[in-house]
Write a protein that binds this ligand. Structure first.
Ligand SMILES: [Cu+2]
Length: 167
């Protein structure tokens, strides 16, 4: 996905303590982000569903934001499944967790408000150090996989996104 970065969306990036390290940023003015995430180690791998709602509630998938990546960056869900995503931000800067179709990510990447109260399912702000949850219902069998990511300036391009594979 091509990113169009919002020039005014950057302040949250500059709160990190790692600004003394310099690295290659996704854009000329984004070196602070690159510094904050330099040395990130991507755990990768497929998540397992932590619980499948024995009481009829939604399955839960835990996601960690760390070094401006999501861990895991691949999760597997069932067609039509409603999943409760519990996102913990282990970084010293805020992030957001947005899950949805490509149109949704396009809107957010273009700079729609970067603060999300959770009123919109699948769209939450995850403040530094906080754990936030949101619920998303996936499409029926045969639906395209669904991406999740953070659209704070430079984050998506850096690699702060993942995919929910509907299998
Ligand atoms: Cu982010």
């Amino acid at each position: 996905m091509t990113a169009v970065l919002s020039p005014e969306a950057g302040p949250a990036l500059q709160a990190g303590p790692a600004g003394r390290r310099r690295g290659r940023g996704p854009g000329g003015g984004r070196v602070i982000l690159a510094a904050a995430v330099a040395g990130a180690v991507l755990a990768g791998g497929l998540a397992t569903l932590l619980s499948s709602g024995a009481t009829g509630g939604p399955a839960t998938i835990e996601i960690r934001a760390f070094h401006s990546r999501f861990e895991p960056d691949r999760v597997k869900v069932k067609p039509g499944e409603t999943v409760r995503f519990v996102i913990t931000n282990a970084d010293p800067i805020d992030h957001e967790f947005i899950i949805g179709p490509p149109e949704t990510h396009g809107i957010h990447e273009r700079g729609e408000p970067h603060f999300h109260t959770g009123a919109v399912p699948g769209e939450v702000t995850v403040p530094a150090g906080a754990t936030v949850e949101t619920t998303w219902t996936f499409g029926a069998s045969g639906s395209p996989d669904v991406a999740y990511g953070c659209h704070l300036a430079g984050h998506w391009d850096y690699g702060m996104h993942g995919r929910a594979l509907i299998r």
